[in-house]
Design a protein around this ligand. Structure first.
Ligand SMILES: Nc1ncnc2c1ncn2[C@@H]1O[C@H](COP(=O)(O)OP(=O)(O)OP(=O)(O)O)[C@@H](O)[C@H]1O
Ligand SMILES: [Mg+2]
Length: 191
């Protein structure tokens, strides 16, 4: 195994350990601050269609954000992990009630409610991550799902994360896709 993968694995473990220890109160409060910062972005106000992950484990929460954005008339698209093709598929949802636990326990659209959306329709993508650095690099869970997805689009890539997920330098390879903006509970970093 190359040392890049080993370095990534080590970093992933370190940050995920910290994330696992967060209390529900801390998570809710700080996710709320991130939502406020996110909603202040001109790009988010302007766009009519937003792709976002649905939070899993102790990721920055997104479900209340999804409800709010739907109420303000935004169209929402969420990803679904397709293990057979090892790719993400993308579906529009009109309500959180259209979601149920799927692959890895991640919430995804129910079978009979799948409205597929082409990647070319996306304007803004809210990207999850395990760790980030201030050069716009991100570290995911190691599957390369988001790397493959982000490579296919010109949409604005906005990662959301907590300040403690920022590290000095993410070890990267050419395949790793960069993000345009990182929003934390404290700041908006525009790369
Ligand atoms: N130890 C490893 N040895 C060889 N290939 C690996 C190893 N770990 C990951 N890969 C492959 O490298 C690619 C990208 O991995 P990478 O670490 O960049 O994922 P990631 O950016 O953390 O994940 P994601 O993009 O899903 O958030 C994937 O195709 C993955 O299967
Ligand atoms: Mg990567």
């Amino acid at each position: 195994m190359s040392s890049i993968f080993q370095d990534k694995k080590k970093l992933r473990q370190q940050i995920l350990k910290k994330r696992k220890a967060l209390s529900p109160e801390w998570l809710n409060e700080n996710s709320g601050l991130i939502h406020s910062n996110l909603k202040s972005l001109a790009a988010l106000k302007k766009t009519k269609i937003i792709h976002t992950y649905v939070d899993w484990q102790n990721e920055v929460k997104t479900q209340s954000l999804i409800s709010e954005l739907l109420e303000t008339g935004k169209r929402i698209v969420v990803p679904m992990v397709d293990k057979s093709t090892q790719q993400l598929q993308h579906f529009e949802i009109k309500s959180l009630s259209e979601l149920k636990p799927g692959a890895f326990g991640i919430m995804e659209p129910k079978k009979n409610l799948k409205t597929s959306v082409g990647i070319e329709a996306l304007e803004v993508i809210i990207v999850p991550g395990v760790a980030f650095d201030l050069s716009g690099h991100r570290l995911g869970y190691g599957g390369g799902y988001y790397d493959a997805f982000l490579k296919q689009t010109l949409a604005l890539k906005i990662a959301i994360g907590f300040e403690f997920q920022i590290v000095e330098k993410i070890p990267t390879r050419a395949e790793d896709e960069k993000i345009d903006i990182l929003v934390t509970e404290k700041q908006i970093y525009d790369f």
